[in-house]
Design a protein around this ligand. Sequence first.
Ligand code: AMP
Length: 283
Amino acid sequence: MQIISDPREMQKLCATWRCQTQTLGFVPTMGALHDGHLELCRHARAENDRFAASIFVNPAQFGPKEDLGSYPRPFERDCDLLREAGCDALFAPDTESIYGKADFLHGTWIDVTPFDEMWEGVTRPGHLRGVSTIVAKLFNIVHPNRAYFGEKDFQQLRVVQAMVHDLNFDLEVRPVATLRESSGLARSSRNAYLSSENRQKASVIYRAMQCAIQMAQDGETDVKALGVAMDEVFASEPELHTQYVAIVDAQTLAPMEILDGRPARILVAAHLGSTRLIDNLPI
Ligand code: AMP
């Protein structure tokens, strides 16, 4: 596996593969890799001639009071995992090569409306703009045929899909289902912040969503009633504080009042101590 930090060098390598008509799958990450990331890698490896990943803890998608400084960065271990996953090239740039020197500020930003004004866009101002901008930059560096994104970050996935459509990126966005711990807790790099006791507590998010899904399967269509039932499950874990719990149209992410047959999604964001967790499931 080649490890490349210079954007130009990465661009050249990927261009060489394109000239040889080799297809390229791409998995962008912030590192601290876990089974969820590796599931994306498995798809990228299996479906393409070449597979590249990136590790970049993107400052632009962290708020001033968020965990940019403490975000886990086990780089050597990540490299080993990517090698084992059959990665051909890892792009791991530093902040300066992506956003320039502090005295030459990066001035081009991408806002994908209206997604940036709902859910994560409201609770983490600037976060989605940081995500869409870095993803666009990575796409322009790597030019993949297919890019793999986890459903774990469902709004991020919708933002990337909308951006690719709106800006005519010539690539396919491949969603990958969320990998979970046996308790149901979605795998996340931020789970590293949780004690094993708190991981168990955090699995209430999965149980609450499953409760609503079961009710919907039994015929309940009233979103308010589903919300009340989820609140009751959340009440069993008083240390977990939900930030939003919503049932939305899976396409537009607009709140729904009635489950009417359109694809719908439960979205949850919650705090457990100082750790912020998000999750979602189709309903
Ligand atoms: P991150 O490193 O957190 O930016 O995540 C990189 C990619 O991995 C994103 O597309 C995430 O949605 C995806 N991802 C994170 N956690 C999971 C998971 N548990 N299952 C599947 N994909 C995931």
